[in-house]
Unconditional design. Structure first.
Length: 531
């Protein structure tokens, strides 16, 4: 078979359904009698874009916190205006709190570091260790603590990726140093193992182009492959399988399976090809080392889109650097110190002039990048939907307000219904469906030119507002892409149940303790479901 159309890739794209059919006798027999059935369902994917240091929440959120959001609603928003063209495919999730919130008092989490513990717990929902709250040494574990469980990307990938392959983790802007800075780590292969991912565009492009051969497919070859049925593509394998000695029952099952493929598969359309790579601007000439994030960020996102097109990975996480130099945006300083408003990493002092405007510039650039990703995903058709429609593509932020470092009222924007699993075109407030929830007070971060630290909640969102656990939303995402749980509701390889529990705690006040593991509020947020 031609290398431009990998048999391995094609079989993986079928999600294993066709391969498993001979061993599901009752299903094969029933389906073989059914005429005109659709092609196997497109794969469901989880694609995450993660940014650091929060945002100006009162400029990020719309006024309406529960109800339909139209194109005009997004167009009128200070930060999210670039998302307006995709309004009917967006789901704004309101009322969420992430786990292990840092504060001076340690009442809502541990006291290691506002970034180390938040990053360690964000996608794990696990405490970090050593626990500086209980340490005799002031800085023990402050910057080197690691979570006690692995992160969401790995939990999902082992179940939905072919062979349980690792997730695709893209470090936009490159892998930082030796990558031991726990203040910025979000992907954990295990409690003690940082997953560095890929930071070089050329490395990722090479990995992907290996799926469709060393060179471009000729137009004639590509058109011929478009007209092949699935049974044509696997005919050699089928003939070899038929030559293997087997019982009459197995022979009948195999024949039923072949008939099923003839009747239901239609033609195989290979989108994993050099033509689509070129259409995304992903050529050897274009993917060169160097450049600032203005060119690297959209390039890495395009590579993520190609990975999704090739079904090379169904769990794709990507993030920007923790503290990148923002001069390419016309802003002086790095994103961490800009967020602190003081020109340094401290939380008190004199506000830098125009610091709020600088944060707005960064927030708007993030929104433009997410809009680019969403637009690319929505431009490729998969069956009767687009690549975006078959995915849950989520913009997560490390925290809400960057000075308050609060995790309640978390900004979350999802694009794509993941095959009609999620309701779109709405803001859904999972905390009592309140349509008038506060958007926070980020513009108050520099009153009278000073950054105040005595009462950080005044500059973020009051701690009793928007407090529903993020764990439940993760359950939504896992169930949408096909992750299964054991009888206890926790995701586990080989499970058969819906996921209803994730992490160690879903109550952030428990993180400073040694309390037994407990999920107080199991299940999904049903309001987020399409039906």
């Amino acid at each position: 078979m031609s290398r431009v159309f990998s048999r391995r890739l094609m079989l993986r794209g079928l999600g294993g359904a066709a391969i498993a059919a001979p061993f599901l006798a009752s299903v094969a027999e029933r389906e073989a009698k059914t005429q005109g059935m659709p092609v196997p369902a497109a794969p469901k994917r989880l694609i995450v874009f993660y940014t650091y240091n929060g945002c100006l929440t009162n400029r990020w959120f719309p006024a309406l916190s529960h109800g339909p959001l139209s194109r005009d609603d997004y167009a009128a928003m200070r930060t999210l205006a670039p998302m307006a063209p995709y309004a009917d495919k967006l789901l704004m999730v309101r009322g969420i709190r992430a786990m292990n919130e840092w504060s001076f008092e340690g009442t809502l989490g541990q006291k290691n570091d506002p970034y180390t513990q938040v990053c360690g717990s964000y996608f794990t929902c696990q405490p970090v260790t050593p626990n500086a709250t209980q340490s005799s040494a002031a800085n023990d574990g402050k910057f080197d603590a690691r979570p006690t469980g692995r992160s969401l990307d790995h939990v999902c990938a082992e179940q939905v990726n072919a062979g349980g392959a690792a997730p695709l983790f893209i470090q936009i802007g490159g892998v930082q140093g030796s990558f031991t800075l726990t203040q910025s780590v979000i992907s954990w292969l295990s409690p003690d193992t940082i997953f560095a991912g890929i930071g070089a565009p050329r490395t990722l492009l090479t990995n992907l182009t290996g799926l469709f051969g060393p060179g471009p497919a000729s137009p004639d070859a590509y058109q011929a492959l478009r007209r092949k049925t699935v049974i044509d593509c696997v005919r050699d394998d089928l003939n070899r399988l038929r030559s293997v000695p087997m019982s009459q029952a197995d022979q009948r099952s195999l024949s039923a399976w072949a008939d099923l493929l003839h009747e239901t598969s239609g033609t195989a359309i290979n989108q994993c090809n050099s033509a689509n790579a070129a259409a995304l601007g992903l050529t050897d000439e274009a993917v060169q080392p160097g450049g600032d994030l203005s060119t690297v960020a959209p390039m890495m996102m395009d590579l993520a889109v190609l990975a999704a097109l090739c079904d090379a990975n169904r769990v794709i996480f990507m993030k920007v650097p923790f503290d990148f130099d923002a001069r390419f945006l016309g802003v002086s300083g790095d994103t961490l110190t800009i967020t602190h408003r003081t020109g340094s990493g401290v939380m008190n002092g004199q506000c830098v002039r125009n610091s709020i405007d600088a944060i707005q510039t960064i927030d708007s650039w993030y929104a433009q990048q997410f809009a680019h990703l969403v637009g690319r995903l929505d431009s490729f058709v998969e069956g009767d939907r687009t690549l975006l429609d078959n995915s849950a593509t989520v913009w997560f932020q490390q925290m809400s307000d960057g000075v308050a470092t609060n995790l309640n009222n978390l900004p979350i924007l999802q694009a794509g219904s993941c095959g009609d699993y999620f309701k779109t075109g709405w803001a859904i407030n999972v905390e009592n469906a309140n349509p008038n929830m506060t958007a926070g007070n980020s513009d108050m971060d520099c009153p009278n030119g000073q950054v105040q630290v005595a009462d950080l909640d005044n500059f973020g969102t009051p701690p009793d507002v928007a407090t529903q656990p993020i764990n439940k939303y993760y359950c939504n995402l896992m169930n949408a892409i096909g992750v299964k749980a054991g009888a206890d509701g926790f995701p586990v390889l080989g499970g058969t149940e819906q996921v209803s529990r994730y992490g160690k705690y879903d109550d952030t006040t428990l993180f400073p303790t040694d309390a037994p593991a407990i999920i107080k509020n199991p299940g999904e947020y049903m309001d987020l479901r399409a039906s």
